[in-house]
Design a protein around this ligand. Structure first.
Ligand code: KG4
Ligand code: ZN
Length: 334
């Protein structure tokens, strides 16, 4: 395993990415983002995403191999995200991975996207070892996951409706901010005050984002009907604080209940500056070590897919066959 070379491939949403991992060292992580293409539609258009993955996938793989100084014939295993995500988008990566695995006669590892987001932390914090808690905050998943082994994941709590990233993007859209809304809200919130109470905060209650999103949209409609304009920065700060505090509370309650004192963050919303500072401050106040991937490993990338597959290989998790299919929905497995 020491010098095993893994090619990771990620195409679950609007980023086409390929990465080369040699042993524990990340040699390259190329990300081609379609954000500029989807922005004018206000969100990701699945069919357009698939078409753009198709044109990007081979050049992105070639670039990742070039940057790593690795030939295709040096590859020992292929790792690909097979879910959750947009099926048409996932299929592009899965098909490329299957073709490479067959042509090079190397095993193919089917990677769960959220488990990969969690695994990104092993790249940025090589000292990280289970057990730890992972705060999952992405466009499709939200909750707290207990990680008891390299391949042992148990969700302790999950949103009952929308994901946090989805709420950021929908609120941003209602305000008139460009896609993706999360980073825009993060930026504007820094200039505002969290002085609007959209919903009653229920401490340590279930995670839910649909009610908060609707409350913000209703607030904006009510003001507009009265001919008034919202203070956008305050709306952003207030929404962001409520959305993030709910998740941080769930994480802190898991720290207290489990006694586990290492917390990592995973997924695109873990790039959020308020989430980072709040989780760190409150986690550390409970005596926990709080770790975050760097920004480049927070949003979708193939480095996290490759490291996830390395851990599957290390513990003998079976590789996939050429009948591997893409899955729009995938549970985090234990
Ligand atoms: O993990 P990710 O790249 O894709 C999924 O697996 O879903 O997450 C994308 C989400 C989007 O909703 C985006 O708005 C959000 O992450 N995001 C942020 C920030 N950066 C990205 N949300 C809040 N603050 C940010 N700085
Ligand atoms: Zn993701």
């Amino acid at each position: 395993m020491k010098d095993t070379i893994i090619l990771g491939i990620e195409t679950s949403c609007d980023e086409t990415s390929a990465a080369v991992l040699k042993g524990g060292d990340l040699l390259s992580n190329v990300i081609s983002s379609q954000i500029d293409i989807h922005r004018r539609f206000g969100g990701v258009v699945p069919e357009i995403a698939s078409r753009n993955h198709l044109t990007a996938i081979l050049p992105v793989i070639d670039e990742a191999l070039d940057k790593a100084g690795v030939q295709k014939t040096d590859i020992d295993a292929i790792a690909v995200t097979y879910g959750a995500g947009l099926v048409g988008a996932l299929l592009v990566g899965v098909s490329a991975a299957k073709a490479l695995s067959y042509a090079l006669n190397v095993p193919l590892y089917a990677v769960n996207h959220i488990e990969a987001h969690i695994a990104a932390n092993y790249i940025s914090s090589p000292e990280l070892k289970p057990p730890f808690l992972a705060v999952v905050a992405s466009g499709g998943h939200t909750g707290v996951c207990r990680v008891d082994g390299l391949n042992k994941f148990t969700m302790l709590s999950s949103t009952t409706d929308d994901a946090i990233g989805e709420a950021f993007d929908k609120v941003a859209r209602a305000i008139g901010l460009p896609y993706p809304g999360g980073p825009e809200i993060d930026k504007l919130a820094k200039q505002g005050e969290a002085n609007i109470k959209f919903v009653e905060r229920k401490r340590n209650k279930e995670l839910s984002y649909s009610g908060l999103k609707t409350a913000v949209i209703n607030y904006l409609h009510t003001l507009s009907q009265r001919g008034q304009s919202p203070v956008i920065a305050d709306v952003c700060a207030s929404f962001q604080q409520t959305a993030v505090d709910m998740l941080v509370d769930a994480a802190l309650s898991a720290v207290k209940k489990s006694g586990i004192r290492t917390v990592v963050a995973a997924g695109g919303v873990s790039a959020n500056s308020y989430l980072r500072s709040k989780l760190k401050a409150e986690g550390e106040a409970l005596g926990a070590t709080v770790l975050f991937p760097p920004m480049s490993l927070c949003t979708d990338n193939a480095a996290m897919v490759a490291i996830r597959a390395r851990h599957m290989m290390e513990e003998g998790v079976p590789s996939a066959g050429l009948d591997l299919n893409a899955k729009s929905y995938l549970k985090i497995e234990g």
